[in-house]
Ligand binder design. Sequence first.
Ligand SMILES: Nc1ncnc2c1ncn2[C@@H]1O[C@H](COP(=O)(O)OP(=O)(O)OP(=O)(O)O)[C@@H](O)[C@H]1O
Ligand SMILES: Nc1ncnc2c1ncn2[C@@H]1O[C@H](COP(=O)(O)OP(=O)(O)OP(=O)(O)O)[C@@H](O)[C@H]1O
Ligand SMILES: [Mg+2]
Ligand SMILES: [Mg+2]
Lengths: 256, 256
Amino acid sequence: MGKIIAIANQKGGVGKTTTAINLSASLATNGLSVLLIDIDPQGNATNGFGFSHTQIKGTIYEILIGTTTFEEAILDTEIQNLKIIPSNINLVGAEIELVSFNNREKILKSKIQSARENFDFIFIDCPPSLGLLTVNALTSADSVIIPVQCEYYALEGLSKLLNTIHMVRISLNPDLTIEGVLLTMFDSRLRLSNQVAQEIWNLFGNKAFKTVINRNVRLSEAPSHGKPVILYDPTSIGCRNYLELAREILDRNNKQ
Amino acid sequence: MGKIIAIANQKGGVGKTTTAINLSASLATNGLSVLLIDIDPQGNATNGFGFSHTQIKGTIYEILIGTTTFEEAILDTEIQNLKIIPSNINLVGAEIELVSFNNREKILKSKIQSARENFDFIFIDCPPSLGLLTVNALTSADSVIIPVQCEYYALEGLSKLLNTIHMVRISLNPDLTIEGVLLTMFDSRLRLSNQVAQEIWNLFGNKAFKTVINRNVRLSEAPSHGKPVILYDPTSIGCRNYLELAREILDRNNKQ
Ligand SMILES: Nc1ncnc2c1ncn2[C@@H]1O[C@H](COP(=O)(O)OP(=O)(O)OP(=O)(O)O)[C@@H](O)[C@H]1O
Ligand SMILES: Nc1ncnc2c1ncn2[C@@H]1O[C@H](COP(=O)(O)OP(=O)(O)OP(=O)(O)O)[C@@H](O)[C@H]1O
Ligand SMILES: [Mg+2]
Ligand SMILES: [Mg+2]
């Protein structure tokens, strides 16, 4: 039974998509079978793999409203054990459309349960908001990874996200846990980076991943080549950091 | 008659709030009277000025649903000519609540027209989405500033934003123009930064501001002290860049 992990933080630009793509790719190259679901209308996880609109047969939007099946929408990536369910801008309307559905928070959950049998890990890349799409992801997930950029606003917004996770746990998904808080874009030369990191370690203890993702320009160059960093520059610090994170998650989940 | 300018880009973390706070502060220290409206449920523009929840009498949420007036909600800041309408997490529910209102895209516009007489500039800091709150801001605004981080995803998402601006212009606000595209977090040492900048100048010509905001850690430290950078470190590059931008906007609008 595969584990479903949401990657969420309503603060924008904290490294959700970069983590979704590169953690999935790292686990897949370790031999695990991985599915990445893009539920952000921006579709960054989709275009980070170089998919163009013409290659996409169906998106998560059509799956949610029931006009496409999972099997029809799944795409192969350059990495053998890694598949993706793409998204596109049609999803912007979904938040308003889904409002009138019955059980509007559980639509995604009902659609992805069957996929658990075919994958070891299923990651969900969330948009920068606490709206219905993110709530659907948190309701379907076993756990959530919270990327936190080493900046003031990212730290400041955490309490709102923790509140939302708590609300989802009470009323929609009692088993939801925090997989871990992940420090991203860490720059050891900056006092602010060190202050935020210290604060996260104080607040979260061993709920914060030991692995820290350093600021590394190779991570931000990779998507312009349509590749995860492991295919773009496997020698980079960014690549090593995400392989380390994959190893840490496998150890935490006693998987090999 | 004051000019209303929205600061929008659905890509997260591109510098919308940093621009909203520091451009407002730069214009206000130049003697212009400025109002900043925070319509992001994260409330980063509000807490970037150090306001705590107890100091807030009313937010943009209560103004939109009609339980508070503009005058009751307006707060003074440390800068004499700069006032702010705060926001908070209650706004998350607004997108779903406003859907059932008549003229749901024009609610903000109806509320802020009267403020035009009292201010030279009114800036609206938007959330990282193309949902109803951002559409409300674009419908109320005379023009829009588009911050673009010097990264691949920020460039890639521009066409969706331009589409949305076009749709708003056709059906809701024919006078909406682009005030300018602003390059943010520019680092001249990085090839990616230079590539994105070159691309923006090719695509937008003189619609791109001549002023470029450099990556400068003083800009990201300032909000943790609850101050715009002009009060936190007036000698910093970040501060000079935003003063330059204020000057460029005044020149473009023939205001002194
Ligand atoms: N460790 C890193 N080092 C350098 N750049 C990074 C790093 N992680 C992410 N980036 C870059 O920072 C920007 C923001 O990252 P990303 O898009 O992954 O964040 P996000 O949280 O998914 O954003 P959004 O809120 O818009 O969905 C991107 O341009 C990305 O390439
Ligand atoms: N020029 C700059 N140099 C260094 N850091 C910056 C700069 N501009 C913004 N930042 C920092 O980058 C982060 C993102 O900026 P900001 O929050 O203003 O973006 P945003 O577009 O408003 O994000 P959101 O999409 O979440 O609303 C913040 O932590 C901010 O302090
Ligand atoms: Mg993303
Ligand atoms: Mg912001």
